[in-house]
Design a protein around this ligand. Structure first.
Ligand SMILES: [Zn+2]
Length: 107
C-alpha cells in the first residue's frame, strides 16, 4: 500500500514534468498552469495552479507539488532523504579520494 503511494507520487511528478515541458514550449511564462498534487494519496485528484517559475523552484528544491494542506507521502519523503544522503556520501567519498591524491602528490 505504502509502496503504491510513492509510486503514484513518482508517476505524478513525471506527469507534471510533462506538463511543464509542454507549457515551456507553448506560451509566455507569465501564465499559470495546472499541475497535479504529488502527495500520492489514492483519492487525491487536486490540481495546483502554479506559474512556471514557481514550478521550477519546487523542482530545483527537490520538493513535491502539493495542494494546500496536502502532505507528501512518508515513503516519498524517506526516498528523497535517502537520495540526499547518498549524494552526500558520494561527495564525501570524492573529497576523501581527492585528499588522498593530494597527499600522494605531496610526499
Ligand atoms: Zn494531494
Amino acid at each position: 500500500m505504502a509502496t503504491k503511494h510513492a509510486g503514484k507520487t513518482a508517476m505524478l511528478a513525471q506527469v507534471n514534468a510533462g506538463i511543464f515541458g509542454f507549457a515551456v514550449d507553448s506560451i509566455s511564462d507569465a501564465c499559470e498552469w495546472e499541475f497535479f498534487c504529488e502527495c500520492g494519496r489514492p483519492t487525491c485528484h487536486e490540481l495546483v495552479m502554479l506559474p512556471l517559475d514557481a514550478y521550477t523552484a519546487i523542482r530545483d528544491g527537490r520538493q513535491s507539488v502539493l495542494a494546500p494542506g496536502h502532505q507528501p507521502s512518508q515513503l516519498e519523503r524517506a526516498r528523497r532523504l535517502g537520495e540526499e544522503a547518498r549524494a552526500l556520501r558520494a561527495q564525501a567519498a570524492h573529497q576523501v579520494r581527492r585528499a588522498q591524491k593530494n597527499r600522494e602528490r605531496g610526499s
